[in-house]
Design a binder for this molecule. Structure first.
Ligand code: ADP
Length: 544
């Protein structure tokens, strides 16, 4: 091999913030704080405080490779932890405050976290777990002295006190770019949660991936507001991508309702925002009720669950926004695909264009393939569904300390089994149709629960819908739809059947349609089909 003669400089997370401090010192990070007021500072000040935090972490005895837990909202202090913890070579372990107590206990102990950084209003969660985290040596409340809550916990520190008086520079170590930098556990709808352990290299490449395809407008003069939490899947990489691009970062703190989000976006000139469909439903209701319109926002990214076509239409037609769908998982850093923009869209009428936006295009660096139940490779014809497998420099090669889960997730030839069912077009446009564990198989043929949900949700009386498989003596399984009606509306089952009749093939028609007040959700805001199936386990289909 003739070796290239280029410098072997590591891709390190702290260098992103160093770059932003040197290049965009005054471009701001604006946060709605847990204490209430809006906090703002530039990337240069963020870098200085991150150095102070690094000294404080050392003072707490944190060494390279140690896991440092955070249970916190999207704010500047959480941002400092993202960089400070990874910067000294430790691992920033973000934890979802909506997890059940048993999951929390499992995750903190499995990761062997040394200390926990927690927002003041989430401290009761840690107090409730007192005695169940034997390896945790200290708890740091992310606030100032004036706002320190009373607590009976031992060894509690105040974040601002720890930073006070520390030097504003730090001799950041030249780490190996393959060193672990952060970790996140899946919420584990079945079995124990599983840990994805990210590296500096994977994180920086993922951030480049987000910036590269030009589907999302980053850049100077732009402002991004990640509603997607920093406590789960790293806020889809926004805290890393924004500082590279010189983009202002707007953090919503704990207030995620439609009114608070709208207000912050307007006040701070937000041009791009990212979140899950449930959040966008709340914002849409607020906009419709108040008649408000965005002045600055141009792009709204939805991911984490399939966005209903009716929502794409509403945001585009009523509010003039460009809706972009993304696909990813905790295990894939998370984003692998986003946006359907491309020549396929040229000349399309609105309806067809909106429909195409149910798909998303893969990023450079990511390979996707579809596989049948016997491991055979399926065509990318836009039509044939198969299990989605992927690989790439920001996809896990195994779960943290979990040989069994790793063996189940990785193929012999080095691909990751996503557990999603999807179709792919010959131009690399992906559409998720199901989870393998939620599939409905009628007479040996798959029915896409996402398609069914999507079609029924275009009925104005339907707020939320979930399709589940029910046992059937002749067809093995048949679909049933569980519906939450919009407030003040009461669509009948027959009305919904009539609505579906010209939208789906006849054998997809659900055997039963049930109405409930609320659907069960997971810690990440997705409908929990597991719980839903449990709830309807004694239901016998009317067609049986
Ligand atoms: P969990 O919520 O279980 O912790 P993740 O947050 O990692 O898991 O979510 C990953 C899953 O979310 C994917 O495997 C997929 O099922 C679903 N998902 C993500 N994006 C989309 C999308 N654009 N369309 C449909 N489903 C999606």
């Amino acid at each position: 091999m003739l070796e290239g003669q280029m410098m072997d400089r590591s891709l390190l997370i702290i260098d992103i913030l160093k770059h932003a401090a040197e290049t965009y010192p005054a471009i701001e990070i604006v946060s709605r704080t847990v204490e209430g007021p809006v906090h703002r500072y530039g990337y240069r000040d963020a870098f200085k405080r991150t150095a102070q935090l690094a000294h404080a972490l050392k003072g707490l005895g944190i060494e390279e490779g140690d896991r440092v837990a955070t249970i916190a909202w999207n704010t500047y202090r959480h941002f400092e932890l993202y960089y400070g913890v990874s910067g000294i070579g430790a691992v920033c372990h973000t934890i979802n405050p909506r997890l059940f107590e048993d999951q929390l206990e499992y995750i903190v102990n499995h990761a062997d976290d040394r200390v926990i950084f927690v927002d003041a209003n989430l401290l009761p969660l840690v107090e409730k777990m007192d005695g169940r985290f034997p390896g945790v040596k200290a708890v740091i409340v992310m606030t100032d002295r004036a706002h320190m809550p009373e607590t009976k916990l031992a060894n509690v520190h105040c974040y601002e006190e720890l930073l006070e008086g520390q030097p504003e520079t730090y001799d950041w170590p030249e780490l190996d770019e393959r060193a672990a930098s952060a970790m996140c556990y899946t919420s584990g709808t079945t079995g124990n949660p599983k840990g994805s352990l990210y590296s500096h290299r994977s994180t920086v490449l993922h951030a480049f991936g987000l910036l590269a395809p030009a589907v999302l407008p980053y850049g100077i003069g732009k402002a991004v507001l990640p509603v997607v939490p920093m406590f789960h899947v790293q806020a889809w990489g926004q805290p890393y991508a924004a500082p590279i691009a010189g983009t202002k970062l707007v953090m919503p703190g704990p207030k995620l309702d439609g009114e608070s989000l709208f207000e912050l976006m307007e006040d701070e000139g937000v041009t791009l925002t990212l979140g899950v469909p449930t959040i966008w439903m709340g914002l849409l209701t607020h906009l419709r009720e108040t008649g408000k319109r965005f002045t600055h926002l141009t792009h709204l990214v939805s991911g984490g669950a399939a966005i209903p076509l009716s929502m794409i239409k509403a945001y585009e037609e009523e509010f003039g926004l460009n809706v972009v769908q993304g696909w990813g998982m905790t295990e894939t850093s998370p984003v692998c695909c986003a946006g359907a923009e491309g020549p396929e869209m040229d000349g399309l009428e609105d309806d067809a264009r909106h429909e195409l936006k149910l798909r998303e295009r893969k990023f450079f660096g990511v390979d996707l393939r579809l596989v049948d139940e016997d491991g055979g490779i399926l065509p990318h014809d836009g039509d044939t569904p198969g299990e989605l497998q992927c690989r790439g420099p920001w996809v896990i090669n195994g779960y943290y300390n979990d040989a069994e889960a790793t063996a189940a997730a990785m193929t012999d030839d080095g691909w990751f089994r996503t557990g999603d069912v999807a179709t792919l077009t010959d131009a690399g446009l992906l559409q998720i149709t199901d989870r393998t564990k939620d599939l409905i198989k009628s007479g040996g043929e798959w029915i896409s629960s996402i398609d069914l949900e999507n079609e029924v949700m275009s009925h104005p009386g339907v707020a939320e819908a979930a399709a589940i498989a029910m046992p059937h003596p002749k067809w093995q399984e048949r679909p049933m739809l569980v519906i939450v009606a919009h407030e003040g509306k009461q669509p009948s089952a027959n009305e919904l059947r009539a609505h579906l009749a010209d939208k789906i093939v006849s054998w997809w028609m659900p055997d039963d349609i049930a109405f409930v007040d609320e659907l069960p959700h997971t810690a990440t805001g997705k409908v929990s089909k597991l719980q839903l199936r449990e709830r309807f386990k004694d239901h016998v289909l009317s067609t049986v």
